[in-house]
Design a protein around this ligand. Structure first.
Ligand SMILES: Cc1ncc(COP(=O)(O)O)c(C=O)c1O
Length: 457
């Protein structure tokens, strides 16, 4: 195998990389839950490459579907043509999403941020079409992340990712977010009764905006920013009900939670919340091609169809045939292999049930404050003092230290900082491909435990 150069902090690379202070090994191969670098070092992808890969790496069925499509038709512009792959795949996705999107529509993009932008603009246009042209604000939650483009950043609340761009983004209201380990209401019952209180915050924010709110955007299960924090009972249902009552569209951002990762086709199904718009990416193509989508309820799209007749939005690479061939093959693959069932942590004998049990064992470990999550999406939060839940000093970059110690052992996890207040608080996100085995889970959790021990100062 050729030896590609590792990008060291001190070396030049023509890539404008994410960090000039980090070493990047060149990845050359993937198979199942494993990735290999050019030196043939093997890594177990315990975070699914940022909660992207759900079906495993190197699945030949997907590569074949993409090659067949590429040979037949690589691209047409969506202002001139539709394609068979787009039509078939959109119908299959609506089926996958269930009755809430029956008769609805799909809009394909190249990723999560583009899809969030699309959802925000669609919500605005919907309101204009139904005669509510004052409605333009989009309320979001604290400690949320919806993407890196300026529109998506404006509704995100990940402090580090938006801070320097603040003068460039439009600010709307944001509301409290359920974070049961550090509940804003100081409850003592694991947030069993906090759902209504958090939802009431949304009601207040909508009323305070005096008829200007177009939509509310929410990650049903928090993604990277809070590390798989779950909504308390009744929260999402109440939020959906408040939105309906106030003619505010509900946008579910399922970029991380979608396509089976939580053990349901989409996470909203756990809580019976029916969004008007659902955003998907990451697991949609499992990383085999850049792909995102929004699913739109019939009511919302029909307002445009029966009104002005045109959605005033578009990207050149909407509905790219090769990406769609990848996405369609991924959907078939995960259905054929019953991977959504494998990701159901409520079944003790499932892959996710085994993961849950193994991660729960970390609660006893030094520096582990909380283990939370669902399906194949988990967060492990670290604290310097378990009783007081005191976080580590941010300068220590404890999550980064854990992740680096894990990399040295051949294990990939997703480190994040800021869960407590945007700056302090450390956690890692765990989101393995659904093809991981019990043996691989046990090995990975053992490595993670040792990495945590090693990172403790
Ligand atoms: C919940 C959520 N929404 C949106 C995005 C943005 O997606 P992308 O990075 O594909 O643009 C992300 C990315 O991590 C995400 O987790």
């Amino acid at each position: 195998m050729p030896d590609f150069p590792t990008v060291e902090p001190s070396s030049y690379s023509a890539i404008l990389r994410r960090s000039f202070r980090k070493t990047f090994p060149p990845a050359v191969r993937g198979e199942g839950v494993y990735l290999w670098d050019a030196r043939d070092k093997r890594y177990l992808d315990f975070s699914g490459s940022a909660a992207v890969n759900f079906i495993g790496h190197g699945m030949v069925e997907i590569a074949t579907a993409m090659a067949v499509q590429a040979k037949q038709l690589e691209f047409v512009h969506s202002s001139q043509f539709t394609t068979p792959v787009a039509e078939e795949y959109a119908a299959e996705l609506l089926d996958f999403a269930g009755k809430n999107f029956a008769g609805g529509y799909v809009y394909f993009t190249c990723g999560g941020s583009e899809s969030v932008e699309t959802a925000l603009k669609l919500a605005r246009q919907y309101q204009v079409e139904v005669g509510q042209s004052r409605r333009h604000q989009v309320i979001s939650r604290g400690q949320s992340y919806h993407g890196s483009t300026l529109g998506a950043l404006s509704v995100s609340r990940n402090k580090r990712r938006r801070e320097i761009y603040l003068p460039m983004v439009r600010e709307f209201a944001h509301v409290a977010f359920p974070y049961c380990y550090r509940c804003a209401f100081d409850c003592t019952d694991g947030c069993r009764n906090c759902g209504q209180k958090y939802a009431a915050e949304l009601q207040k924010a909508i009323e305070a905006a005096e008829g200007e709110v177009a939509a509310f955007i929410v990650e049903p299960v928090s993604g990277a920013t809070l590390g798989a924090a779950l909504p308390p009972p009744g929260y999402l249902q109440s939020v959906a009900e408040i939105c309906r009552r106030h003619d505010v569209l509900l946008i579910a951002d399922e970029v991380m939670t979608g396509m089976g990762r939580t053990g349901r086709n989409f996470a909203v199904e756990h809580w019976d919340a029916a969004p008007d718009i659902l955003v998907a990416a990451k697991g949609l193509s499992s990383g085999y091609a850049p792909l995102g989508a929004i699913l739109v309820s019939k009511r919302v799209a029909d307002a445009i169809a029966d009104g002005s007749g045109a959605f005033l939005h578009g990207f050149t690479y909407n509905s790219h045939p090769i990406s769609l061939a990848a996405g369609r093959a991924v959907l078939r693959f995960l259905q054929d292999r019953m991977l959504v069932q494998a990701a159901d942590s409520e079944r003790p004998d499932s892959t996710a049930g085994m993961l849950r049990q193994a991660l729960e064992g970390l609660r006893e470990a030094n520096a582990v404050g909380d283990v939370r999550g669902i399906g194949l999406l988990w967060g492990v939060e670290f604290v310097a003092d378990k009783t007081a839940k005191r976080p580590f000093a941010p300068e220590l970059n404890f999550a980064g230290r854990v992740a680096q110690a894990a990399v040295n052992r051949g294990l990939l996890v997703y480190p994040m900082q800021g869960c407590v207040d945007g700056v302090s608080g450390d956690h890692v996100l765990i989101a393995p491909p659904a093809v991981i085995t019990g043996e691989q889970i046990d090995w990975a959790v053992k490595q993670l435990r040792e990495s945590i021990e090693e990172a403790i100062p």
